[in-house]
Write a protein that binds this ligand. Structure first.
Ligand code: ADE
Ligand code: ZN
Length: 334
């Protein structure tokens, strides 16, 4: 039977530019005079065919956000949508490089996003934090520059540092300095690995970046010793099944390793990555995984608990989120 009891949800892996609804991008492109031809298909959905063209489409969609007010609107829109699906907390990946390409300073970018998050929180009580990412295919100097910018301009809502972009470019060793600086400054750290790369890419991220969480990380399933290491070292996976299916990492959800990893004892969370690009939402991720693999209400609450415990926020916030989670459990009588 499909459980319909409400599940408070948490998102740990969503790229804010990748969460922009096509309607918002189209509207801003018109206002700003940005040419977005080719970005959308005839149904108004993002048009891309593989990871490389997805990254290009993502860059073009990002280019319409040019002012703090644009970013405030984007963050408010995303967090309101998240809250409407029952989410109580979300972490967004922010990309200072994309903001800079659109002519915005790091501070204006973060202030704009924070204003939008605050507006959504006032109405819906949803909590949020930001994880600044370096883009891997921009090279180690660019990634270190992001780390320095984040550390030199502390903001209470920017609590993490991460690495995204094309996993096929650059060895994690190139980014170890940036991650060391971020960790020493007290930021939580996460890196994309084991999405397109194999288990070796996961091992390299752990060795050279010393992260507590991995974006995707699902290819670890191909190496039993690595699965054991993830369990022993308490590494949390930000799993994005819909993204993986869309990008062809797996052909169908029933062949996705998320539930095997979970049953083996790896800490997994469920996430939407770049929701409108992949035709998904956080709610759809929880629902499709629950339905395909038979996750109970209690199992889904456990996914959210894992995410809260792994979140890059202070203990008091985590405790408040856990109270909200426990009240859902009690209300369900589970
Ligand atoms: N940037 C935006 N989405 C991404 C993804 N799924 N993987 C790597 N980098 C990204
Ligand atoms: Zn991602």
């Amino acid at each position: 039977m499909i459980e319909t009891l409400p599940v408070p949800k948490v998102e740990l892996h969503c790229h804010i530019e990748g969460a922009a609804p096509p309607s918002l991008v189209t509207r801003l492109a018109g206002q700003q005079g940005v040419d977005i031809s080719g970005l959308l298909d005839e149904k108004g959905k993002y048009a891309w065919t593989d990871f490389t063209s997805f990254l290009k489409a993502y860059d073009l969609a990002s280019s319409v956000f040019k002012t703090p007010a644009d970013y405030a609107l984007l963050a408010e829109t995303y967090f309101r949508m998240l809250a409407a699906e029952g989410a109580i907390y979300g972490e967004i990946f922010i990309s200072p490089d994309h903001a800079q390409a659109a002519g915005l300073s790091y501070r204006s970018y973060v202030d704009g996003l924070a204003a939008g998050m605050e507006r959504a929180k006032m109405d819906t009580a949803i909590e949020g934090r930001m994880i600044a990412i370096g883009v891997r295919h921009f090279g180690s100097a660019a990634v270190e520059k992001v780390a320095k910018e984040v550390i030199g301009n502390p903001h209470p809502l920017v609590t993490g540092f991460g690495l995204a972009g094309d996993e096929r470019s650059g060895h994690p060793a190139n980014f170890s300095k940036a991650f060391r600086m971020a960790a020493e400054a007290g930021l939580g750290t996460t890196a994309h690995a084991g999405e397109f790369g194999g288990p070796d890419s996961v091992v390299a991220a752990l060795e050279f970046l010393r992260v507590s969480r991995l974006g995707h990380g699902v290819k670890a399933i191909e190496d039993p010793d690595l699965v054991k290491r993830l369990i022993d070292e308490d590494i949390v996976l930000e799993v994005c099944p819909g993204s993986n299916i869309s990008l062809g990492v797996y052909t169908h959800l029933r062949f996705h390793p998320v539930n095997i990893l979970r049953k083996e004892g790896v800490k997994i969370t469920l996430n939407s990555d770049d929701p409108p690009f992949f035709g998904t939402t956080l709610g759809k991720e929880y629902a499709s995984v629950a339905e395909t693999f038979g996750l109970s209400h209690e199992d889904q609450l456990e996914v959210t608990r894992t995410a809260i415990e792994a979140a890059f926020c202070d203990e008091a916030t985590k405790n408040r989120l856990l109270v909200r989670l426990d009240s859902a459990r009690q209300n369900a009588g589970s």
